[in-house]
Design a protein around this ligand. Structure first.
Ligand code: SF4
Length: 443
């Protein structure tokens, strides 16, 4: 122990959460004690995201929050936003150090001098230097672990800054992924969620070249064989990379759960072309059809962007109607906002902010309707639920294999346990009530 304390704040996606955990472990190895972000610490690390709306405002608020607890603390920014706009972050009052994509995992090398400076120091890199892979997984933060299997992206979607923030597509070695998965399970974590920027591209860059040594299906099959893992969840996967063979394998697997999250972004083929996505809506419908054919109770989540340049009323309605007809379970709606250095930022047909907001509201309404219909279709079925660790206003929550969110009165004995339950009814808050199918016996 070096008697110093460190606290972390993570913005953005599951990948950032897994990387914060890895960074936190490197601090622990140097003898730091990890405390909550609301507690007094000597160092505050903020893992930033560039997708977050109002990312700069959000960042400033978090820095202020840290300074309120300890104004003398050393504040470090890492993550996607730190790579994209290092100088901007360094200029924020109170920030001492900004580390780019290659430097964030070497963070403890920068801790010899923790004196606060008037100006934040930047250690960044050109993004094409971020061509090596650093493994990560989260543990201890949640009952689920996020296991990073891949990083970066070689696609060129016209709205996206992620390739600029995270670099080329590269993967962890299959052997490392399997070892990490076994390690996570040995620690008593019941569910592992596979994460990455473009996980369907798994295998690319595994041995430092652009070739696919393994495929995503190879990864899925190998993980399915690892002893001791209770549940595996594929997080978000591009529709063109989700092959029917993978869908069929998941249907037969005992550990991979029937839940898919597949970015669509638009139901208009014209917009998909403008976005430079690598599929048309027809392929998307086929994937959904295949999933539902082999797993009728599967949960399917969809990412969709509203207000992309060129999204006329007609094209928006095309998206709305397409999603309305499709057999999916919920939507994640993103309101388009211009990002520097992306082709979409210079495109014609800019959609007024007010219209973007209205469309986003319409799709969020559609999402609620879809989720409700999905939950209703599941009532009477028996599933296994994994209970989570938080007491939220007297309730404990959990998720079934197919991502139905259930609630029960708070009972600490249920935390991080799996139980067979029967879904009985839907509460006013939209969550599902249940009965224990087998005398509260953990499975
Ligand atoms: S697939 Fe497209 S949206 Fe996703 S990370 Fe790659 S470039 Fe960005």
């Amino acid at each position: 122990m070096n008697n110093k304390k460190v606290a972390f704040y993570t913005l953005g996606c599951k990948l950032n959460f897994s990387e914060t955990s890895t960074i936190a472990r490197s601090f622990r190895e140097e003898g730091f004690e990890r405390v909550e972000f609301t507690e007094e610490a000597d160092i505050y690390v903020i893992n930033t995201c560039s997708v977050t709306d109002n990312a700069d405002k959000r960042f400033k608020t978090i820095v202020k929050q840290a300074q309120k607890v300890n104004e003398d603390a050393f504040v470090i920014a890492v993550g996607c936003y730190a790579q994209l706009k290092p100088e901007e972050l360094a200029d924020v009052n109170g920030v001492d150090l900004v580390l780019g994509a290659t430097e964030k995992f070497k963070i403890t090398n920068y801790l010899n001098d923790l004196t606060k400076n008037d100006l934040g120091e930047v250690h960044s890199c050109e993004i094409d230097e971020a061509d090596f892979y650093v493994g990560a997984y989260s543990i201890g933060d949640r009952t689920r672990a996020f296991l990073k299997v891949q990083d970066g992206c070689d696609y060129k979607c016209t709205y996206c800054t992620i390739p600029l923030a995270r670099g080329i597509s590269r993967s962890d070695k299959l052997e490392n992924v399997l070892n990490n998965a076994a390690e996570i399970s040995a620690k008593g974590i019941k569910e592992i969620v596979l994460t990455g920027v473009n996980i369907g591209d798994y295998g690319k860059g595994e041995f430092g070249n652009k070739k696919h040594e393994h495929t995503f299906l190879d990864l899925v099959k190998a993980l399915d064989e690892v002893d001791g893992i209770e549940r595996l969840r594929i997080s978000s996967i591009e529709p063109n990379l989700l092959k029917n063979e993978t869908i069929d394998f998941v249907a037969e697997s005992n550990t991979f759960v029937p839940h898919f999250h597949i970015p669509l972004q638009s139901g208009s083929d014209d917009l998909l072309k403008l976005m430079k996505r690598r599929y048309m809506s027809g392929l998307y419908s086929d994937r959904v059809g295949q999933i539902k054919e082999v797993m009728p109770n599967a949960c399917i989540g969809v990412d969709v962007i509203v207000g992309f340049p060129g999204e006329t009323e007609e094209r928006f309605l095309e998206t709305y109607n397409y999603l309305n007809e499709l057999d999916i379970s919920y939507l994640h709606v993103f309101t388009y906002s211009e990002r520097d250095n992306t082709p979409a930022a210079d495109m014609e047909g800019v959609v007024p902010t007010k219209v973007r907001k209205k469309r986003s509201k319409m799709l969020r309404g559609l999402s609620a309707k879809k989720r409700r219909a999905f939950y209703e279709s599941q009532l009477g079925n028996t599933y296994t639920v994994l209970f989570e660790g938080e007491n939220k206003e007297g309730y404990i929550h959990g998720f079934t294999e197919n991502y139905v969110k259930v609630k029960a009165p708070w009972d600490p004995g249920l935390v991080n346990t799996l139980h067979q339950i029967e879904l009985t009814s839907i509460d006013e808050d939209g969550l599902v009530r249940f009965e224990f199918a087998s005398e509260k016996v953990a499975v």
